[in-house]
Design a protein around this ligand. Structure first.
Ligand code: IVH
Length: 309
């Protein structure tokens, strides 16, 4: 909640997963306040609350090839075509943007999934969020606000010179910036935004997710050019392999690949759990850095010296 975690995201995911499994095995031990029982973070004071007309859900995670294959098998078992849109999982914070007659009127964080915070003033400072669309349309779109690696490094260089505590990573930096009550400070952080979700596509006669992405792009919204339609598990794994290799060449951080069923009718057929759509999942990259415990140090040089003296 305070954008300053004490463990890495990968460690957090690992423990959360372990907790899910334990609660599944021993349901009588599940607590009301378990972190498995909520979709997002806490609502902070200082911003107006916004109720999402359609809840802002999170994504289930998969961590390796066999879990990706399981996801695909589950989809196929439902008698559904395995046509997926693969997207980069942008490491930022999700945002909902509401346009009325083509004008940006409200921007909100996810909050707990049902109620978020009104961050309109700060979002209006993001240059990659259009204030006016190409059409006078009423629409809600969702996407990710993030800070580029360059901006993040520059801010930290300055903070170092000023003797200030360094920001942990671009995601925390973006989240911290968007919660600035002074929008001038938020503006100085040079945030950016990618749009990846249309919550009510049927209102616009849209039949596939790929069409929704095109539709939003045509409205002037910033849609990531790396999104790709794949028609088989082998193409899907190829995309993941390529993007994993290419990850360090991107100007922004990604923490995985999102896999979404393309056909919206089929998405409906699969439906949702309380927190996640069953028609999508996120493959999370393995940790680049993990915490470890130093158990022992053996001074080999000392040992050899003694032995051969
Ligand atoms: S789709 C129902 N697509 O990842 C659709 N999410 O771990 C839900 N994210 O809450 C979101 N890139 O903040 C989607 N291309 C992408 C994404 C993406 C980043 C974030 C988003 C979501 C979180 C889930």
């Amino acid at each position: 909640t305070l954008d300053n975690p004490t463990i890495s995201d990968q460690e957090y995911d690992k423990y959360l997963r372990e907790l899910f499994d334990l609660e599944y095995q021993y349901p009588e031990l599940r607590r009301e306040d378990s972190p498995t029982q909520r979709a997002g973070g806490k609502i902070l004071d200082g911003f107006e609350k916004v109720t999402h007309k359609i809840p802002m859900l999170s994504l289930s995670n998969v961590f390796n090839e066999s879990e990706i294959i399981n996801f695909d098998e589950r989809i196929k078992k439902e008698g559904v075509n395995p046509n997926y849109v693969c997207e980069l999982k942008i490491d930022g914070l999700s945002v909902s943007l509401q346009y009325e007659k083509g004008k940006l009127v409200k921007a909100a964080t996810r909050g707990d999934g049902t109620i978020g915070e009104d961050i309109t003033n700060n979002v209006k400072t993001i240059k990659t969020v259009p204030l006016t669309l190409n059409k006078e349309i009423d629409i809600e779109v969702r996407g990710e606000i993030y800070m580029s690696k360059d901006v993040f490094n520059k801010i930290n260089e300055n903070r170092k010179q000023e003797g200030k505590e360094l920001l942990q990573n671009p995601r925390n930096a973006a989240a911290g910036s968007i919660r600035q009550l002074d929008s001038k400070v938020a503006a100085s952080r040079k945030l950016e935004c990618w749009i990846y979700h249309l919550p009510n596509p049927e209102d616009y006669g849209i039949k596939t997710h790929m069409e929704a992405l095109e539709f939003m792009k045509d409205l002037g919204l910033r849609v990531n050019p790396n999104n790709k339609l794949v028609n088989s598990i082998s193409e899907l794994l190829e995309f993941i392999e390529f993007q994993t290799e290419n990850r360090d060449n991107l100007p922004y951080e990604i923490d995985g690949i999102v896999i979404k069923l393309n056909n919206l009718q089929e998405q409906k057929k699969l439906g949702y759990t309380a927190k996640y759509p069953k028609w999508a999942t996120a493959y999370k990259f393995p940790a680049k850095q993990v915490l470890t415990k130093l158990i022992d140090i053996i001074f080999i040089l000392h040992f050899f010296k003694k032995k051969f003296r």
